[in-house]
Design a protein around this ligand. Structure first.
Ligand code: ATP
Length: 453
């Protein structure tokens, strides 16, 4: 079997994201800020859709999960108890001539890769951003920008348990910003210094942890497939004993085949009782659970599926990117799954003639109540179709002169280029069905096939 290869060139993708308003370098007019990115009008929709899809799958559609939104700044003792103050670091060596710093575990030789200079002995560099709370900048007022959202869920275990009356097994889910002063950066939005995590802490009875760990591995892998990512571009990688984090009993990464090669998209860890025991010790509060069956107090084990919004956005964009020929012309298109496409439908009057505008605007206004919809009347219809293809809009609705008479419009499907013509009165229901996956050629009453694929 041949090894799968990424089909997209990172430079082309970065250029598309920049050109069409998905992603810009942060503070670009000042020359940018390394590894920080701004999400433009389309990028913000893509990220919102990814987060919404995750929340629907792991919170809304389950009765064993509840949500949380903890603050980014937390009591500094949290990070002592979690081991981050002590151990959340990378070994760094500095070049004695050009003063560039390198991760010594990633260096191949013992010289500076840039200038060949001699390197210092590696020193541990903590990845947490430090700041101060209140008006005095002293050691007593130090707080950290959280490097993960997980701790907010551990320290709220009791609050959630007492207010929701959940019984084991149950989980807490959270989406939020995390910050890491990463040493190696690059590869577009793959490794950022400010990013968003989508994390689950799933509490189970000790002894049931293996079963739930396996369950979440499969569940999370399937979620990426449900976003339209090809199975061949996903694989599980088990952490070796040597690389296993201090808190983990078992850990797998879900890796995606990015343009630079296979790399982590999500990490799934069996954290055992490490976190609750540590926080109980450090806070002096008992963080346990009364098991009514056995009449015993136990400390639950935790299974943690931890995903990144940016790495998911990058994976879906890489997987969706394509170039082909449509109607004799080259086009770039994003085969984005309808659930995450930033714009679901575009309304395009065939021409700019005034007679068409009122009806086209009426259709647009109606559709906008339900979906992110775009309206475009500039340039030829072919160019407008291609503009929508390039940002992944699944359907275009065209209003033409006949529409004024027969009160029908055409729907064009991005991937197959097929078209149908349907009565305006059934347009909304038809589009909903197509966005939910119904074949384009399943027609509503009065509808007809307009163009084959
Ligand atoms: P890596 O080994 O690539 O640095 P990690 O093992 O440190 O990642 P985790 O601590 O397991 O990452 O974080 C869970 C998830 O958060 C990752 O799978 C990834 O999706 C996301 N993530 C972590 N660090 C970053 C970052 N710097 N930029 C973007 N996403 C990140």
């Amino acid at each position: 079997m041949t090894e799968a290869r990424s089909t997209v060139d990172m430079e082309k993708l970065v250029s598309l994201c920049r050109r069409r308003g998905f992603i810009f370098p942060s503070s670009e007019i000042y020359g940018g800020l390394s590894s920080c990115w701004d999400y433009g009008p389309l990028g913000v929709e893509l990220k919102r859709n990814i987060k919404q899809a995750w929340w629907r799958a792991v919170v809304q559609q389950r009765d064993d999960m509840v949500g949380l939104d903890a603050s980014i700044l937390m009591h500094p003792q949290v990070w002592e108890a979690s081991g981050h103050v002590e151990g959340f670091s990378d070994p760094l060596a500095e070049c004695k001539s050009c003063h560039k710093r390198w991760r010594s575990d990633e260096l191949e030789g013992d010289k500076c890769p840039d200038c060949g200079g001699e390197l210092t002995e590696p020193r541990l560099f903590n990845l947490m951003f430090k700041t101060f709370i209140g008006p005095v900048e002293d050691e007593a007022s130090v707080v950290y920008l959280r490097p993960e959202t997980a701790q907010g869920m551990f320290v709220n275990f009791e609050n959630v348990l007492n207010t929701t009356r959940k019984r084991l097994p149950f989980g807490i889910a959270q989406i939020g910003k995390a910050f890491r002063n990463e040493v190696t950066t690059g590869n577009f939005i793959f490794r950022c210094r400010e990013f968003e995590q989508m994390e689950i802490e799933f509490f189970v009875k000790p002894g049931m942890d293996k079963q739930w760990f396996d369950y979440w591995l499969e569940e999370r892998l399937n979620w990426y497939v449900s976003l339209g990512i090809s199975k061949e571009h996903l694989k599980l990688r088990e952490h070796t004993k040597e690389e296993l984090a201090h808190y983990a009993r078992e850990c797998y990464d879900i890796n995606y085949l990015y343009p630079m090669g296979w790399a982590e998209l999500e990490g799934i860890a069996n954290r055992g009782d490490f976190d609750l025991v540590q926080h109980a010790k450090s806070s002096g509060k008992s963080l346990n659970y009364y098991d009514e069956e056995t009449k015993e107090h136990i400390v639950p084990y935790i299974i943690e599926p931890s995903a990144g919004v940016e790495r998911t956005a990058l994976a879906v964009l890489c997987d969706a990117y394509d170039e082909d020929v449509a109607d004799g012309e080259a086009r770039v298109l994003l085969h984005l799954h309808p659930s995450i496409a930033p714009i679901k439908v575009a309304v395009l009057p065939l021409s700019r003639k005034e007679t068409l505008t009122p009806l086209a605007k009426e259709v647009y206004t109606e559709l906008r109540q339900q979906w992110m919809t775009s309206y475009d009347e500039a340039q030829s219809i072919g160019r407008r179709y291609r503009r929508q293809d390039e940002i992944g809009t699944p359907f275009c609705v065209t209003v033409d002169f006949e529409s004024l008479e027969d009160k029908q419009v055409t729907i064009r499907e991005r991937d197959s280029l097929r078209q149908i013509r349907v009565p305006i009165e059934s347009l909304k229901a038809t589009l909903q069905a197509k966005l939910d996956g119904e074949d384009l050629f399943v027609l509503p009453p009065g509808g007809k096939i307009w163009k084959g694929g």
